[in-house]
Design a protein around this ligand. Sequence first.
Ligand code: PRP
Length: 181
Amino acid sequence: MDTMNCNLSAVLFDEGTIQKRIRELGAELSTEYTHKNPILVCILKGAVTFMTDLMRHMTIPLEIDFMSISSYGESTISSGVVKIRKDIDSDIADRHILIIEDIVDSGLSLHYLKEYLIKHKPASVKTCVLLDKPTAHKVPVDIEYKGFEIENEFVVGYGLDYAEKYRNLPYIGILKEEVYI
Ligand code: PRP
């Protein structure tokens, strides 16, 4: 067992399971967005792996862009204030926008992102997330496309990190509590 694996208590989704679900999502999105030339907005950094796999299973013309937002501190959790580190480069007015996230936890990031993007008057804004933790939501969020629902556990791999590590695992695992407590 390597040093990354031994810090996991379990593998939650193996590589084959993730890829199968992404193929399904890619097919569904290809149908939904036919003739819409959507812009996929990847929220850095966690969603990079998911978006690069997902877009290769979409068989329609599309564009990509990236946003980076800061994590909120404990004091801003109630307000949901998020700082933009990198904004989109595209003009999204009248365009169909698909936010690509790796995980929705409290939902504060997604709530903020949707509100922010809507101000640019796009034709539509929908969200595609790989993992959703419904029991952790602190604000109501609409998630039109999702890979899997999970319990309130600390997951890493396939883009998701703990202290910037584990993003390169091709599967998603549960981090042992002793690693982060
Ligand atoms: C993670 C994840 C989402 C956000 C979800 O990003 O990628 O953007 O947290 O949490 P929320 O629903 O409670 O708002 P993180 O800040 O860890 O940055 P990273 O993607 O660079 O790892």
